[in-house]
Design a protein around this ligand. Structure first.
Ligand code: IMP
Ligand code: MG
Length: 184
């Protein structure tokens, strides 16, 4: 992966917008209501997987009306450029003891499925009252482990995407939309 040299180079790699800010907003509103219905007034713990899910978490937590606590966990999946190496590391653990909670994992994207497969196994072993997974994006064609999120906002084809929390080489997380990344 070439290093970004300036703003023209940076902008040149945003190939095309796949999902607009408005589409994201609309889907989050819908899923917020779905979560409210699912938990029916019971308090939940939203667990965001850092760093990619921080933007989605900020919007999703404001779209739910059930009482909610917020938690963070840092799972790093190692990439060489845009290709997953298959190594997942928990670099920061959740502060809450999930034993007393209805847990909702909030993730940016399910790609090979390895990250969430590991995170779900780890949290389930701590015996939460219940556990569900919400992902903003799902790339089912890339799966190498058998993993299906409970709620997925958008299913996308096999493109490397950036924006709305998702990065390439740590850049582009602040784009308000989801775009396809240009490898050239
Ligand atoms: P998985 O373990 O392969 O499912 O990958 C999950 C993690 O890889 C996500 O949480 C993202 O951080 C990262 N990732 C996967 N696909 C993309 C992409 O298209 N753009 C940016 N990050 C991605
Ligand atoms: Mg991530």
């Amino acid at each position: 992966m070439r290093k970004i040299t300036d703003v023209r180079d940076f902008e040149g790699r945003i190939k095309r917008v796949l999902i607009t800010e408005e589409q994201i907003k609309e889907e989050i509103k819908r899923v917020g209501k779905e979560i409210d219905k699912l938990y029916d007034g019971r308090p939940i713990l939203l667990v965001s997987i850092l760093k990619g899910a921080f933007v989605f978490m900020a919007d999703l937590c404001r779209a739910v009306s059930v009482p909610c606590e917020i938690g963070f966990m840092c799972a790093k999946s190692y990439y060489q450029g845009t290709v997953s190496t298959g190594i997942v590391n928990i670099t920061m653990d959740l502060e809450q003891d999930v034993k007393d909670y209805h847990v909702v994992i909030v993730e940016d994207i399910v790609d090979t499925g390895r990250t969430l497969n590991d995170v779900v196994k780890l949290l389930k072993a701590r015996k939460p009252v219940s556990l569900h997974v919400v992902t903003l994006l799902d790339k089912p064609s890339r799966r190498v482990v058998d993993f299906t999120p409970d709620i997925s906002l958008f299913t996308i084809p096999d493109h490397f995407v950036i924006g709305y929390g998702l990065d390439c080489g740590e850049f582009y997380r602040n784009l308000p939309y989801i775009a396809e990344y240009s490898e050239e």
